[in-house]
Design a protein around this ligand. Structure first.
Ligand SMILES: [Zn+2]
Length: 309
Protein backbone atom coordinates (compact mmCIF):
# COMPACT_ATOMS: atom_id res chain seq x y z
CA UNK A 1 0.00 0.00 0.00
CA UNK A 2 1.24 3.45 -0.87
CA UNK A 3 0.74 6.21 1.66
CA UNK A 4 -1.74 8.76 0.34
CA UNK A 5 -3.40 11.79 1.85
CA UNK A 6 -6.57 13.58 0.72
CA UNK A 7 -5.91 17.33 0.66
CA UNK A 8 -9.21 18.27 -1.02
CA UNK A 9 -12.07 16.44 -2.76
CA UNK A 10 -10.10 16.58 -6.00
CA UNK A 11 -6.52 16.56 -4.67
CA UNK A 12 -4.54 13.61 -3.34
CA UNK A 13 -0.93 13.52 -2.19
CA UNK A 14 1.05 10.34 -2.86
CA UNK A 15 4.14 9.69 -0.79
CA UNK A 16 6.69 8.28 -3.25
CA UNK A 17 8.50 6.55 -0.38
CA UNK A 18 11.76 7.78 -1.85
CA UNK A 19 14.82 5.96 -0.50
CA UNK A 20 12.49 4.06 1.82
CA UNK A 21 11.92 7.33 3.64
CA UNK A 22 8.33 8.39 4.35
CA UNK A 23 7.56 12.06 3.87
CA UNK A 24 10.43 12.90 1.47
CA UNK A 25 8.87 13.24 -2.01
CA UNK A 26 5.26 14.16 -2.79
CA UNK A 27 3.47 13.55 -6.06
CA UNK A 28 0.10 15.31 -6.36
CA UNK A 29 -2.91 13.85 -8.17
CA UNK A 30 -5.63 16.17 -9.42
CA UNK A 31 -8.90 14.32 -10.03
CA UNK A 32 -11.69 15.52 -12.31
CA UNK A 33 -12.41 15.73 -16.01
CA UNK A 34 -8.72 15.84 -16.91
CA UNK A 35 -6.90 13.63 -14.40
CA UNK A 36 -3.37 14.90 -13.91
CA UNK A 37 -0.24 14.79 -11.82
CA UNK A 38 1.89 17.58 -10.49
CA UNK A 39 5.42 16.15 -10.33
CA UNK A 40 6.09 12.54 -11.24
CA UNK A 41 8.73 11.68 -8.68
CA UNK A 42 11.96 9.97 -9.76
CA UNK A 43 12.06 6.99 -12.12
CA UNK A 44 12.94 4.77 -9.13
CA UNK A 45 9.57 5.24 -7.38
CA UNK A 46 7.20 4.97 -10.33
CA UNK A 47 5.53 1.74 -9.13
CA UNK A 48 4.74 3.25 -5.73
CA UNK A 49 3.28 6.32 -7.39
CA UNK A 50 1.11 4.19 -9.71
CA UNK A 51 -0.13 2.26 -6.70
CA UNK A 52 -0.99 5.55 -5.03
CA UNK A 53 -2.87 6.72 -8.12
CA UNK A 54 -5.01 3.56 -8.03
CA UNK A 55 -5.62 4.03 -4.30
CA UNK A 56 -6.80 7.56 -5.09
CA UNK A 57 -9.50 5.89 -7.20
CA UNK A 58 -7.98 6.61 -10.58
CA UNK A 59 -6.94 4.17 -13.29
CA UNK A 60 -3.49 5.42 -14.39
CA UNK A 61 -4.59 4.85 -18.01
CA UNK A 62 -7.01 7.74 -17.51
CA UNK A 63 -4.20 10.17 -16.71
CA UNK A 64 -4.13 12.93 -19.31
CA UNK A 65 -1.42 15.28 -18.08
CA UNK A 66 1.57 15.66 -15.81
CA UNK A 67 3.00 19.08 -15.04
CA UNK A 68 6.45 19.19 -13.50
CA UNK A 69 7.77 22.16 -11.53
CA UNK A 70 11.30 21.58 -12.82
CA UNK A 71 13.34 18.83 -14.38
CA UNK A 72 15.50 17.74 -11.44
CA UNK A 73 15.29 13.95 -11.29
CA UNK A 74 13.47 13.78 -7.96
CA UNK A 75 10.64 15.86 -9.49
CA UNK A 76 10.43 14.79 -13.14
CA UNK A 77 12.56 11.65 -13.45
CA UNK A 78 9.57 9.36 -14.02
CA UNK A 79 8.01 11.54 -16.75
CA UNK A 80 9.51 9.47 -19.59
CA UNK A 81 8.52 6.14 -18.02
CA UNK A 82 4.93 7.37 -17.60
CA UNK A 83 4.88 8.76 -21.16
CA UNK A 84 6.07 5.37 -22.49
CA UNK A 85 3.33 3.51 -20.65
CA UNK A 86 0.44 5.93 -21.11
CA UNK A 87 0.16 7.25 -24.69
CA UNK A 88 -2.53 9.82 -23.81
CA UNK A 89 -0.37 11.58 -21.22
CA UNK A 90 0.93 15.07 -22.07
CA UNK A 91 3.89 16.54 -20.17
CA UNK A 92 3.93 20.21 -19.20
CA UNK A 93 7.24 21.89 -18.47
CA UNK A 94 9.17 25.18 -18.39
CA UNK A 95 10.70 26.27 -21.75
CA UNK A 96 14.27 25.81 -20.44
CA UNK A 97 13.47 22.32 -19.14
CA UNK A 98 11.66 21.01 -22.24
CA UNK A 99 14.75 20.02 -24.30
CA UNK A 100 16.01 17.96 -21.35
CA UNK A 101 12.77 15.98 -21.05
CA UNK A 102 13.06 15.19 -24.76
CA UNK A 103 16.75 14.27 -24.52
CA UNK A 104 17.78 13.64 -20.91
CA UNK A 105 21.41 12.72 -21.69
CA UNK A 106 22.92 15.92 -20.23
CA UNK A 107 20.65 15.65 -17.20
CA UNK A 108 21.80 12.09 -16.61
CA UNK A 109 25.47 13.04 -17.03
CA UNK A 110 25.19 15.85 -14.48
CA UNK A 111 23.26 13.64 -12.04
CA UNK A 112 25.99 10.99 -12.43
CA UNK A 113 28.63 13.55 -11.46
CA UNK A 114 26.63 14.38 -8.34
CA UNK A 115 25.47 10.90 -7.26
CA UNK A 116 27.94 8.48 -8.91
CA UNK A 117 26.86 4.83 -8.99
CA UNK A 118 24.19 5.53 -6.35
CA UNK A 119 22.15 7.27 -9.06
CA UNK A 120 20.66 4.00 -10.31
CA UNK A 121 19.31 2.76 -6.99
CA UNK A 122 18.48 6.20 -5.63
CA UNK A 123 16.77 8.04 -8.49
CA UNK A 124 16.98 5.83 -11.59
CA UNK A 125 17.54 7.13 -15.11
CA UNK A 126 14.91 9.21 -16.91
CA UNK A 127 13.64 7.98 -20.29
CA UNK A 128 13.50 10.32 -23.31
CA UNK A 129 10.10 11.69 -24.36
CA UNK A 130 9.11 12.37 -27.96
CA UNK A 131 8.83 16.11 -28.57
CA UNK A 132 5.20 15.77 -29.69
CA UNK A 133 4.21 14.82 -26.14
CA UNK A 134 5.93 17.75 -24.43
CA UNK A 135 3.94 20.96 -23.91
CA UNK A 136 5.89 24.08 -23.03
CA UNK A 137 4.32 26.49 -20.55
CA UNK A 138 5.53 30.06 -20.44
CA UNK A 139 5.21 32.39 -17.47
CA UNK A 140 1.53 33.21 -16.89
CA UNK A 141 0.22 30.42 -19.12
CA UNK A 142 -2.81 28.57 -17.81
CA UNK A 143 -3.17 24.81 -17.86
CA UNK A 144 -6.24 22.70 -17.14
CA UNK A 145 -5.40 19.91 -14.70
CA UNK A 146 -7.98 17.75 -12.95
CA UNK A 147 -10.88 20.15 -12.54
CA UNK A 148 -8.68 23.18 -11.89
CA UNK A 149 -7.11 25.91 -13.97
CA UNK A 150 -3.54 26.44 -12.82
CA UNK A 151 -1.27 29.34 -13.74
CA UNK A 152 2.43 28.69 -14.35
CA UNK A 153 4.64 31.14 -12.44
CA UNK A 154 8.24 31.39 -13.60
CA UNK A 155 10.18 30.97 -10.35
CA UNK A 156 13.96 30.80 -10.82
CA UNK A 157 16.55 30.75 -8.05
CA UNK A 158 16.78 27.07 -7.14
CA UNK A 159 16.85 26.29 -10.88
CA UNK A 160 16.43 28.35 -14.05
CA UNK A 161 13.80 25.90 -15.37
CA UNK A 162 11.36 26.25 -12.48
CA UNK A 163 7.62 26.89 -12.48
CA UNK A 164 5.31 27.08 -9.50
CA UNK A 165 1.64 26.35 -10.27
CA UNK A 166 -1.01 28.57 -8.74
CA UNK A 167 -4.68 27.74 -8.39
CA UNK A 168 -6.22 31.19 -7.99
CA UNK A 169 -9.59 29.75 -6.96
CA UNK A 170 -8.46 27.71 -3.95
CA UNK A 171 -5.24 29.57 -3.21
CA UNK A 172 -3.26 26.34 -3.50
CA UNK A 173 0.27 26.96 -4.74
CA UNK A 174 2.40 24.01 -5.89
CA UNK A 175 5.88 25.26 -5.15
CA UNK A 176 8.30 22.55 -6.31
CA UNK A 177 11.55 23.59 -4.61
CA UNK A 178 11.00 27.36 -4.86
CA UNK A 179 9.55 27.49 -1.32
CA UNK A 180 12.26 25.22 0.05
CA UNK A 181 12.06 21.93 1.87
CA UNK A 182 9.99 21.37 5.03
CA UNK A 183 8.71 18.13 6.48
CA UNK A 184 4.95 17.82 6.81
CA UNK A 185 3.91 19.26 10.15
CA UNK A 186 7.34 20.83 10.70
CA UNK A 187 8.07 24.50 11.22
CA UNK A 188 11.56 24.25 9.80
CA UNK A 189 12.20 25.18 6.17
CA UNK A 190 15.55 24.40 4.58
CA UNK A 191 16.92 25.91 1.36
CA UNK A 192 17.89 23.31 -1.27
CA UNK A 193 20.95 24.80 -3.01
CA UNK A 194 22.31 22.22 -5.49
CA UNK A 195 24.45 23.10 -8.51
CA UNK A 196 24.56 24.39 -11.15
CA UNK A 197 21.99 27.21 -11.45
CA UNK A 198 21.59 28.53 -7.93
CA UNK A 199 20.85 32.27 -8.10
CA UNK A 200 20.09 34.10 -4.86
CA UNK A 201 18.95 37.37 -6.42
CA UNK A 202 16.53 35.53 -8.68
CA UNK A 203 15.31 33.42 -5.76
CA UNK A 204 14.56 36.50 -3.61
CA UNK A 205 12.48 37.90 -6.48
CA UNK A 206 10.69 34.58 -6.75
CA UNK A 207 9.84 34.66 -3.04
CA UNK A 208 8.39 38.16 -3.42
CA UNK A 209 6.33 36.89 -6.31
CA UNK A 210 5.04 33.88 -4.38
CA UNK A 211 4.06 36.16 -1.47
CA UNK A 212 2.28 38.54 -3.83
CA UNK A 213 0.14 35.67 -5.12
CA UNK A 214 -1.37 35.44 -1.59
CA UNK A 215 -1.47 31.65 -1.46
CA UNK A 216 -3.61 29.99 1.21
CA UNK A 217 -1.51 26.88 1.19
CA UNK A 218 1.94 25.94 -0.07
CA UNK A 219 2.15 22.44 -1.53
CA UNK A 220 5.80 21.50 -1.33
CA UNK A 221 7.29 18.58 -3.20
CA UNK A 222 9.43 17.98 -0.09
CA UNK A 223 6.89 17.72 1.57
CA UNK A 224 3.14 18.14 1.68
CA UNK A 225 0.79 21.02 2.51
CA UNK A 226 1.88 23.96 4.66
CA UNK A 227 -0.36 26.79 5.84
CA UNK A 228 2.26 28.87 7.71
CA UNK A 229 2.80 30.66 4.40
CA UNK A 230 4.22 34.03 5.47
CA UNK A 231 6.52 32.62 8.12
CA UNK A 232 7.80 29.87 5.84
CA UNK A 233 8.69 32.30 3.06
CA UNK A 234 10.27 34.75 5.51
CA UNK A 235 12.33 32.03 7.22
CA UNK A 236 13.44 30.65 3.87
CA UNK A 237 14.61 34.05 2.69
CA UNK A 238 16.57 34.62 5.91
CA UNK A 239 18.27 31.22 5.57
CA UNK A 240 19.08 31.89 1.91
CA UNK A 241 20.74 35.14 2.93
CA UNK A 242 22.84 33.39 5.57
CA UNK A 243 23.95 30.75 3.08
CA UNK A 244 24.83 33.29 0.41
CA UNK A 245 27.02 35.17 2.89
CA UNK A 246 28.68 31.96 4.13
CA UNK A 247 29.41 30.83 0.58
CA UNK A 248 30.95 34.14 -0.44
CA UNK A 249 33.05 34.23 2.74
CA UNK A 250 34.17 30.64 2.16
CA UNK A 251 35.20 31.44 -1.40
CA UNK A 252 37.04 34.59 -0.27
CA UNK A 253 38.90 32.56 2.37
CA UNK A 254 39.71 29.84 -0.18
CA UNK A 255 37.85 27.21 1.87
CA UNK A 256 37.75 23.76 0.25
CA UNK A 257 34.73 21.52 -0.15
CA UNK A 258 35.41 19.53 3.01
CA UNK A 259 35.92 22.52 5.29
CA UNK A 260 32.85 24.27 3.92
CA UNK A 261 30.79 21.08 4.30
CA UNK A 262 31.75 21.02 7.96
CA UNK A 263 30.60 24.62 8.37
CA UNK A 264 27.32 24.23 6.50
CA UNK A 265 26.67 20.84 8.13
CA UNK A 266 27.07 22.37 11.60
CA UNK A 267 24.76 25.28 10.73
CA UNK A 268 22.10 22.97 9.32
CA UNK A 269 22.35 20.60 12.31
CA UNK A 270 21.88 23.55 14.71
CA UNK A 271 18.86 24.81 12.80
CA UNK A 272 17.22 21.38 12.72
CA UNK A 273 18.00 20.61 16.37
CA UNK A 274 16.21 23.82 17.30
CA UNK A 275 13.23 23.70 14.94
CA UNK A 276 12.70 20.02 14.06
CA UNK A 277 14.61 17.89 16.59
CA UNK A 278 15.38 14.34 15.48
CA UNK A 279 14.69 15.02 11.81
CA UNK A 280 18.24 15.53 10.59
CA UNK A 281 18.27 12.30 8.57
CA UNK A 282 15.04 13.02 6.72
CA UNK A 283 16.23 16.51 5.80
CA UNK A 284 19.48 14.94 4.58
CA UNK A 285 17.47 12.59 2.30
CA UNK A 286 15.40 15.48 0.93
CA UNK A 287 18.29 17.91 0.49
CA UNK A 288 21.72 16.26 0.80
CA UNK A 289 24.45 18.35 2.41
CA UNK A 290 26.96 17.53 -0.32
CA UNK A 291 24.66 18.83 -3.07
CA UNK A 292 24.05 22.01 -1.08
CA UNK A 293 27.77 22.50 -0.52
CA UNK A 294 28.62 22.04 -4.20
CA UNK A 295 25.85 24.39 -5.30
CA UNK A 296 26.92 27.12 -2.89
CA UNK A 297 30.62 26.85 -3.74
CA UNK A 298 29.86 26.95 -7.45
CA UNK A 299 27.65 30.00 -6.92
CA UNK A 300 30.39 31.78 -4.98
CA UNK A 301 33.03 30.95 -7.61
CA UNK A 302 30.85 32.02 -10.53
CA UNK A 303 27.92 34.22 -9.48
CA UNK A 304 25.28 34.35 -12.27
CA UNK A 305 25.50 37.47 -14.38
CA UNK A 306 22.50 39.75 -14.63
CA UNK A 307 21.77 38.85 -18.24
CA UNK A 308 21.38 35.23 -17.24
CA UNK A 309 18.52 35.87 -14.89
ZN1 LIG B 1 15.24 20.71 -7.48
Amino acid sequence: MARIQHLADDLVLIDADYNGTPGAISVYVLLGERPALIETGPASTVETVLEGIRQAGLDPRDLRAAAVTHIHLDHAGAAGTLADRYPDLELYVHPIGAPHLIDPSRLIASARRLYGAALDTLLGEPRPISSGRVRVLKDGDEVWLGSRTLTALNSPGHATHHHAYLDRTSGDLFTGDAAGVALAGSRYVSPPTPPPELDFAAWRKTLARLRAAHPQRLLLTHFGAHTWVEQLLTDLEARLNVRERLALEAAAAGLGEEAFAEQLGALTAREIAEAAPGEERRYEVMTPLRNNVLGLLRYAARPPRRGER
